[in-house]
Design a protein around this ligand. Structure first.
Ligand code: URA
Length: 270
């Protein structure tokens, strides 16, 4: 029977492959070296990673003023801090997790709310779900810094509770302004609360994911939105099917940006 360590390594490799990342850390827990039933794990060495064509090679250089966008985001953050909408509900936060990335990103990921790691660091998606999100972004041939990553709520809910309607209502105007400043070409909503909040829909994730929707920015521009499963959900439902669905949603997002998933230059090592 497959032991836990071997299963973790195999699942990690499968996820990496499905999410388009032919990379697993060159780490193998003791005792999994010679699992006769397991195929060799595909590993991309740093040199091979450099061979992967960045998807952004094909991206048009949009004439946007990054400094102006960053200044506008900073001003909006200052307004959020002074308004402090989170003071109107119970939080378990020590830091505000505003969001980070390219202030003129073509692609924005919107999550739910910061968790423990995010609260400690003040940065979105830096915990376990964040690591998976990073792999998803890398698999798309992008770097995390090229996207913008934020949440509906900017403060950690107690016990990582799902944001309530009232909490979303209080925080959504700031997300709305944040998105208008960045003015992305595509938004990927991670999980049900983000998808429902942005799309004002009551539909299930199963119905929403994989289909293009539209979000109207505060400046009136309409942006295509792709809802997909939250990385934390993927970690909890670590099946080939779930990962394949997420990957297909991400490929749709790439296509919408006029990009293709990078060619993989994998090297098999035992
Ligand atoms: N989950 C989220 O929705 N956002 C984060 O920043 C981290 C975990």
């Amino acid at each position: 029977m497959e032991d836990l360590a071997a299963r973790l390594v195999r699942q990690h490799a499968e996820t990496a492959r499905l999410l388009g990342v032919d990379f697993v850390p060159a780490y193998k827990p003791p005792g999994v070296e010679n699992q006769a039933s397991e195929p060799p794990v595909a590993v991309v060495t740093p040199a091979a990673v450099a061979l992967v064509t960045p998807a952004t090679a094909a991206a048009p250089d949009l004439p946007r003023d990054r400094d102006a966008s960053q200044r506008a985001l900073d001003e909006l953050r200052a307004r959020y801090e002074s308004d402090a909408p989170h003071k109107q509900f119970v939080t378990a936060h020590t830091r505000i997790v505003w969001g980070e990335g390219d202030p003129c990103a073509r692609l924005v990921f919107v999550g739910e709310a910061p968790g423990e790691e995010e609260d400690k660091t003040g940065r979105p998606f830096v915990g376990r779900a964040g690591h998976l999100l990073n792999k998803m972004i890398t698999g798309m041939g992008l770097q995390r810094e090229q996207a913008y990553i934020c949440n509906i709520l900017k403060t950690r809910p107690p016990d990582n509770a799902t944001p309530t309607g009232r909490e979303i209502e209080l925080c959504e105007p700031y997300l709305r302004d944040q998105l208008a400043i960045i003015s992305p070409e595509v938004i990927v909503c991670l999980g049900l609360p983000a998808s429902r909040a942005l799309l004002r829909s009551e539909e299930s994730m199963t119905r929403m994911r994989g289909r293009w929707r539209t979000y109207t920015l505060a400046n009136g521009r309409q942006v295509p939105v792709m809802p997909t499963y939250h990385p934390a959900y993927v970690l909890r439902n670590y099946t080939v099917e779930t990962r394949a669905l997420v990957w297909s949603d991400l490929v749709l997002a790439l296509e919408r940006l006029g990009l293709k998933p990078p060619q993989k230059e994998a090297q098999a090592v035992s």
